[in-house]
Design a protein around this ligand. Structure first.
Ligand code: PLP
Length: 386
């Protein structure tokens, strides 16, 4: 009855089943998978959303790519990182996930593919499948930092239309380097691929100096940078993301015309959030600062704790909201995460959830309240080492 685009979804995995059981029993859980900043005890200015109720929000003026004032606010916000963006190159979406689907509609015919990093966050499988296209993975390998395996990219199938870079990547936290972007751009030029750069975590650099950002603005090939309120100011519930298009003018402008047509078919971004956007981006800086301080504090605590557990290694985290811990493979990742939940009431992600190639890794969110984070991390390191 239903289309083949729908990913399989009926079965709950063992970890989810154990979590459901634990919650039904009313037992406490310290959630180190929490990636929702609105549930992490982050301080938000109480009147941060005041602009949503302002008069301009009462007037519906459908604009496919977004209200000019909102597009200008996104463009102006890029000045924080020292880049100049033309508001006409900004397209607003309801989320970064929606931005992906619009770009897939723009660039790919059904059955074609996009190259996606592995490990990375698991939504790609669904987003591509729902658009009747395929996600062809290319590996990131850890050699003290995460590096792209160009072998897989060079051997990419014919029907690839675009390569996705997530910088910094979730969960590896790795920023792409200028050397790698040069190589990728050369391949894009040779093969006619577009570059899609997901930079939703760009404002959260950690263990790195001067990371490369705003890839579309700097690109010599057709490229798109994705960002959004959900990470840049910790407001996922407002549902506003953006695409910044870049590259050679003719290709960029043709892409923008295509995106305008797609956007016009949905008109999915609400007026209140667009009307409030200049104020949200301005005053949201305080929230961004709190989140940045939180992830820094938790990463520092995790590193400090890990010093007492020589069998575990916290991998280099250049940016973002996640930490990756290599743990002894004395039991499977699945067994370890189940043991942690059942015996300690601590919920973490196994590495395989993000398609890490080998066992055994644990991924933790760096967002939770510091006391709970430090307590749970210590227990996790202890159990993993035992
Ligand atoms: C790397 C990355 N890109 C995009 C998204 C989705 O963001 P949005 O809430 O804007 O759809 C996520 C969500 O966690 C993410 O980790």
């Amino acid at each position: 009855m239903f289309s083949r685009r729908l990913p399989p979804h009926a079965d709950l995995n063992a970890l989810t089943q154990a979590l459901v059981r634990r919650r039904l029993e009313g037992a406490a859980v310290i959630d180190l998978t929490e990636s929702n900043p609105t549930r992490a005890g982050i301080a938000y200015p109480p009147d941060l959303l005041r602009g949503l109720a302002d008069r301009p929000a009462l007037r519906y003026d459908p604009q496919p790519c977004g209200l000019p004032s909102a597009r200008a606010a996104v463009a102006a916000d890029h000045a924080r990182r020292g880049v100049t963006v033309d508001p006409r190159h900004v397209v607003l979406t309801a989320s970064t996930s929606e931005a992906y689907t619009w770009l897939f509609k723009l660039l790919c015919n059904p059955g074609e593919s996009v190259l996606v990093p592995r490990p990375s966050y698991p939504l790609f499988e669904h987003l591509t499948r729902l658009e009747s296209i395929c996600a062809a993975p290319y590996d990131l390998e850890y050699h003290g930092r995460w590096e792209i395996d160009f072998g897989a990219i060079s051997a990419a199938p014919q029907e690839v239309r675009a390569v996705i870079v997530v910088s910094p990547n979730n969960p590896t936290g790795s920023f792409i380097t200028s050397r790698d972007i040069e190589r990728l751009s050369m391949l894009c030029r040779e093969r006619g691929w577009a570059l899609i750069a997901d930079e939703v975590f760009v404002d959260y650099p950690l263990e790195t100096d001067a990371p490369l950002t705003d890839l579309a603005v700097r690109s010599h090939v057709l490229a798109f940078t994705l960002g959004g309120l959900s990470k840049s100011v910790g407001l996922p519930q407002l549902k506003l993301g953006w695409i910044v298009a870049g590259g050679p003018a003719a290709a960029r402008d043709a892409a923008l015309a295509g995106l305008e047509l797609i956007a016009d078919s949905f008109l999915s971004v609400g007026t209140p959030v667009q009307a409030a956007l200049p104020d949200l981006l301005d005053r949201g800086a305080a929230v961004r600062g709190h989140i940045h301080a939180r992830v820094r504090e938790n990463l520092r605590a995790l590193r400090g704790l890990a010093r007492s557990f020589s069998a575990c290694e916290v991998l280099r985290t250049e940016g973002g909201w996640s930490g990756v811990i290599r743990v002894p493979a004395t039991r499977t990742e699945e067994q370890l995460v189940l043991d942690l939940l059942e015996h300690e009431g601590i919920l973490v992600h196994p590495g395989y959830f993000f398609d890490l190639a080998r066992e055994a890794f644990i991924v933790v969110s760096l967002l939770p309240e510091p006391d709970a984070f430090a307590h749970a991390s210590a227990r996790l390191l202890q159990l993993a080492s035992s």
